[in-house]
Design a binder for this molecule. Structure first.
Ligand code: SAH
Length: 348
C-alpha cells in the first residue's frame, strides 16, 4: 500500500479531485499530517467519514520505529530507525545557534564506495521512498515537539547518494518545504552529492532555492580517484564544468565539503590546488575534521595542521570554515551507528 507521506501537496489535491472529494480536503489532510502530526486517519476529525474510509483503504499512515536513540554531550541526537521492511537507517539532529538541523538518509546503504566513509561499508540495498524520508523529519519533529523545538534546517547528508535517488529526494523536499505543512524554507535545505554530474545538471535546470554541497575532498584526480571511486566516472574537470553550468543557471552560492585526512589531502600543494578550483565560482569551503571509522585506517588531520590549512586557504582569499566536530562520542560518522548495529545483528 502506498504511504500517504509519499504524496506531495499537488498529488494530494489531484487524488482528492479524482475521487470525488474537494480541493480543500487536501489542505485539511496536509495540515493534519504535518501541522497537527496525527498518526491515524481517525484523528482527522474535520473530514468526512467517507474520505477517512477512502484514505484507510488506499493509504498507509505508519510511522518509523525508533530502534535506538543516542544523545551526545553536545545534545546531538542520533536515531536508528526501523523501516517496515526491517531495514535500519540513521538520522542525526544537531543543535546550532541558528536552529536545529536534521541530517536525512536517502538510501539503505550506499554504492558510491568512498573509502573513508562508514556508509559504504554496507552496500546499497534500495532507494528510500519519499515517504520514508518525510517520516524521518516528521518522526524527529514529533519527538522534539515535547521539547518545544522545531526542525529549521535539513541536510541530505545521511547515508546514500541523493542524486542516485533523484526523483524521490526532490519529491520529499517539496513535501517538507510546503507552506501548508512543515514549511522548512528552501534556503534552509542542502543537498550534498559526491559529484554525479547528470544529477547536478538536472538539479541546475530545476532552479530551486535549495543549496547544493559538493563532497570534493580532494583537489586533483590523483587523490580523488584514490578516495572516491565516483571520480573515475566523473573526473574533476567534468565536475567543475557541471558546477559552472549550475552557477550560470542559478545565482546561488555552492559549498565544497573537504574532509581533512592526515597525509592524504592536507598538504600545502592541496591548498593551492583547492584555491585554484574555487576561483571559478561563488563557493564556500567547509573543512571537516574526519570522524574516525575503525575499518579504513585513515587518521584525521590534527587540529594544529587543520588550522594551518585553514589559514593558508584564507590567505588565498577562499571563503572557508573549519567545522567543529559534533556528536563524536556517539558514532556520529555517517553510517557508523547503523553498520555497528547491522553487524551485531549478523553476529547474534
Ligand atoms: N553521498 C552524499 C551525501 C552523503 S555523505 C555525498 O557524498 O555528499 C555526507 C558527507 O559526509 C559527505 O561530504 C561525506 O563525504 C562525509 N563523510 C563521510 N564519511 C565521513 C567521515 N568519516 N567523517 C567526516 N565526514 C564524512
Amino acid at each position: 500500500m502506498k504511504s500517504i507521506y509519499d504524496l506531495n501537496y499537488n498529488q494530494l489535491v489531484e487524488m482528492c479531485l479524482e475521487n470525488g472529494f474537494k480541493k480543500y480536503n487536501a489542505n485539511q489532510i496536509f495540515a493534519w499530517l504535518y501541522r497537527k502530526r496525527v498518526t491515524t486517519f481517525d484523528e482527522m476529525t474535520d473530514i468526512s467519514k467517507n474520505l477517512r474510509q477512502f484514505l484507510k483503504e488506499n493509504y498507509s499512515i505508519g510511522t518509523l520505529e525508533i530502534l535506538q536513540l543516542q544523545i551526545s554531550e553536545d545534545s546531538t541526537r542520533k536515531y536508528l530507525f526501523r523501516l517496515t521492511d526491517g531495514s535500519s537507517i540513521e538520522v542525526v539532529l544537531m543543535h546550532y545557534d541558528y536552529g536545529n538541523t536534521i541530517c536525512v538518509t536517502s538510501q539503505v546503504g550506499c554504492n558510491m564506495g568512498c573509502t573513508f566513509c562508514a556508509s559504504g561499508l554496507l552496500k546499497k540495498q534500495r532507494d528510500l521512498t519519499s515517504g520514508e524520508m518525510v517520516l524521518q523529519v516528521l518522526s524527529v519533529q514529533k519527538e522534539i515537539d515535547k521539547l518545544e523545538k522545531r526542525i529549521s534546517h535539513i541536510v541530505v547528508m545521511g547515508t546514500g547518494e541523493p542524486f542516485d535517488n533523484y526523483d524521490n529526494v526532490m519529491n520529499f523536499l517539496s513535501i517538507v518545504n510546503h507552506d501548508l505543512g512543515l514549511g522548512i524554507g528552501a534556503r534552509h535545505i542542502t543537498i550534498s552529492t559526491c559529484g554525479l554530474v547528470e544529477g547536478i545538471k538536472r538539479f541546475a535546470d530545476e532552479k530551486t532555492q535549495y543549496n547544493l554541497a559538493i563532497s570534493l575532498h580532494a583537489p586533483n584526480d590523483e587523490i580523488r580517484n584514490q578516495i572516491m571511486p565516483v571520480n573515475k566516472a566523473y573526473p574533476i574537470s567534468e565536475l567543475m564544468e557541471a558546477l559552472k553550468y549550475y552557477s550560470i543557471k542559478n545565482n546561488r552560492r555552492l559549498s565544497f565539503e573537504y574532509i581533512l585526512l592526515k597525509g592524504v589531502n592536507d598538504t600545502e600543494k592541496c591548498v593551492s590546488q583547492l584555491a585554484e578550483l574555487t576561483k571559478q565560482f561563488d563557493v564556500y569551503v567547509n573543512l571537516i575534521p574526519y570522524n574516525h571509522v575503525d575499518e579504513n585506517g585513515y587518521i584525521s588531520t590534527d587540529y594544529k595542521s587543520a588550522m594551518a590549512f585553514y589559514d593558508m586557504l584564507m590567505r588565498k582569499n577562499v571563503r572557508c570554515t573549519l567545522r567543529q566536530k559534533m556528536g563524536d562520542d556517539i558514532d556520529a560518522a555517517c553510517g557508523q551507528l547503523r553498520s555497528k548495529y547491522e553487524r551485531k545483528k549478523i553476529h547474534e
